[in-house]
Design a binder for this molecule. Structure first.
Ligand SMILES: NC(=O)c1ccc[n+]([C@@H]2O[C@H](COP(=O)([O-])OP(=O)(O)OC[C@H]3O[C@@H](n4cnc5c(N)ncnc54)[C@H](OP(=O)(O)O)[C@@H]3O)[C@@H](O)[C@H]2O)c1
Length: 249
């Protein structure tokens, strides 16, 4: 049986559908109220997943910021923070792009890049990669305590990622981008819910990332959404939209 966790995708988007500006440096889009909402969403799930470029370029912490929400998780018998999951075809790419001095020194794993992702917590860390990642790079990341899985030759098998997370008792995953990964998840029918915070700003630019990049969908294959709620969200003019995806009910 193909068991997998429930998969929720959350993005912050400009009014013209871009999830970052053309600079691709993680432009600020969310309001303070939206950041608090995302924190509550994080606190409600078993794991948070990000993909290659978002992980390697931004090194996100992916922890629950509110001490109250973390304490509430602990009271429920849950880990203080959700597990963190990264999907990267070649983890070695991060060593090549690392600032001078970082990533060198084979024995010193504290000197590795991605310290926010690897060390902020406490949280379990999973890295799913391919056999493009050199065995010694796998070993260095494993030495940080991360659970590192090399599956597939060039692309990570996302179905296998979610099967493996389910086997690790992870029942809900919040996906926090980017656009290439979200498109792939939609194509594979792996998204259950989608929440979008739409900020009153326009980034424009044909090369700015969107919610679903990749090669796009033909009309007859386009994932269909069912609107659950929509409304003005904050005093900054933000809108929050909540959909279920491919909902047959
Ligand atoms: N506003 C928001 O809510 C939000 C949230 C997150 C990110 N972002 C923005 O999104 C942009 C990044 O998005 P992006 O589309 O460029 O990249 P992305 O989706 O973050 O990462 C794409 C990369 O992930 C790896 N990947 C994805 N699926 C894979 C698979 N099945 N197997 C193996 N590797 C896989 C690949 O790495 P390789 O190329 O190495 O194969 C791929 O190029 C950034 O500008 C970021 O700021 C915005």
């Amino acid at each position: 049986m193909n068991l997998r966790p429930r998969i929720l995708v959350n993005v912050a988007m400009s009014a013209d559908g871009k999830i970052d500006s053309a600079a691709r440096k993680g432009a600020a889009i969310s309001s303070a109220a939206d950041k608090a909402r995302v924190d509550r969403l994080r606190a409600s799930v078993d794991a948070i997943l990000v993909s290659g470029r978002t992980l390697l370029n931004e090194d996100p912490k992916l922890t629950v910021k509110s001490a109250e929400l973390r304490a509430e998780r602990v009271r429920k018998g849950w880990p203080e923070n959700p597990a963190k999951v990264g999907v990267v075809s070649d983890i070695g790419a991060v060593l090549l792009g690392a600032p001078r001095g970082q990533g060198q020194g084979m024995s010193d794993h504290q000197n590795l890049p991605l310290q926010n992702f690897l060390s902020s917590g406490p949280a379990k860390v999973y890295l799913f990669t391919t056999r493009c990642t050199e065995p010694e790079v796998l070993a260095r990341f494993e030495a940080t305590g991360a659970k590192v899985h090399a599956m597939g030759e060039e692309r990570v098998d996302l179905m296998a990622v979610f099967r493996s997370l389910h086997e690790a008792d992870i029942r809900s995953v919040l996906v926090e981008g980017g656009g290439t990964l979200i498109a792939e998840l939609l194509r594979l029918g792996l998204v259950d819910e989608l929440t979008i915070y739409i900020a009153p700003i326009i980034f424009g630019g044909s090369s700015s990332p969107t919610l679903a990049d990749g090669s796009g969908f033909l009309a007859e294959q386009a994932p269909s959404l069912k609107l659950k709620s929509v409304g003005k969200f904050d005093d900054e003019g933000g809108i929050l939209v909540h959909y279920t995806v491919n909902d047959k009910e």
